[in-house]
Design a protein around this ligand. Sequence first.
Ligand code: HEM
Length: 454
Amino acid sequence: MHGDRLPGPRGLAQVAVLRGLLSDPQPALDRLRESYGPNSDLGFGPVRMAIVGDPTSLRDLFAMPTESFRWGHKFNVLGFVVGNESLIVSDGDDHRRRRSSVQAAFNRRRLNGWIPTIIEQTDAAVDGLTVTDGAMIDLYPIARRMVLEVTVRAFFGERFADRAAEIGELFQRPQDYLESTAIRQFPHPFPGTKRSRVRADRRALDAMIDEAIAQIRRAPSGDPLDVLEALTIEGVLSDSEIRDQVVTLIGAGYDTTSASLSWMLWRCAATPGIWSRLRSEADDVFGTLGGATGDATTTRDHTLLARLELAHRVMRETLRLHPAGVISPREAAIDLKMGDHEIRKGTLVLWSAYLAGRDPECWPDPLGFDPDRFVSLTAEQSDIADAAWVPFGRGPRNCIGFALAQMELTLMISRLAQRLDVTPTSSVLPRPVGMVVNRPAGGVQMLVRTRGPR
Ligand code: HEM
């Protein structure tokens, strides 16, 4: 196969582009699109990188057989934190086996069972705020805490509910490490370094998981919502595989979901009318605060989620503009054809939900925040929007937590709109930061006031 290379910078101009992609990816992607369109490539000789952001090309890419790509490649830095048996860095049969075990744990019944937990934890976070008279606070750590509390309960049942803060700390250093420069992440065995501390955090997590597995074997709790118990009792994965999957699930879900909730808070607070519309929808679905049905934790009715129709669109619109993964890497395992172009075997393919979500050919007023854009689409518009909305990827390697994340984000924003008044400190949206997970720089500083009794 001998197609042309994709367009892109050549010669020394590539150095600045690469530096931009590795330090501040979003402006770098915007510049690449302006100069070369949504698909481009760079690199010398055998060392190549292709950026794919065109929604039609992405549809083709997601439909290719998984054997066309490798995830366990040398640039996948995640393996150091999540472990080499994690499904996220596995290929072939290992991937299929690990993924199908984990996927079974994310069945619809279990997902619906988490709805009350999500609302309870949102309420607990609001109840913990002492801002009835209004105060300037950063909602980012609050969002992280909410997501962590839900995650810990979803994956360990009630077993480690009182150890959520400790688990959060054991994840914080590894996540910060993954966001540090490539030089800092260069593999080495030296003690007393950030890398060695990350290793120690991982050992501490492993010890906790082992303790939980032993407990389950001794006396299963029978809690149908406990993912770790489901994986242990199923018995398909070895203990070390289970450890790597649990760390992967928490790692992949914690930062991404809390960063997305932070962008949602910004967008909803900064767009006139959205917060109050979210609140009236929440009042309809959960019952008004202080009213007979205002205590949503008693609501075990899973149709509740389907009725949060605006909150769902707010979630979709936020993830369109601010996908947690701006670029996602995989390596071409064979020569690939992309339209008239060739992507050679060995190329690091960075597909971009960010470029697709802002594609001016697909989205009218692509940079505007308008959750109503998804209402009354024609079949053709709906097809275009479907191809261009890919924050969770598609196909056999799509995000395994996509339903849980969407559920958390929809329920949390809705309940927060009902229980908080929020005013942003500035009308200018914060700068995005983060190579692995895109979040708002400076967090979510807002004037916050809690409303009435729940
Ligand atoms: C807003 C939140 C989230 C976003 C935007 C997100 C996005 C993504 C993306 C873009 C991928 C890569 C797809 C690819 O490489 O083609 C991915 C993979 C993955 N995500 Fe998520 N994710 C989120 C939350 C979660 C949650 C809550 C979990 C776990 C409970 C999770 C677990 C995973 C796993 C295990 C994979 C690897 C799947 C595989 O390789 O087979 N994610 N996610």
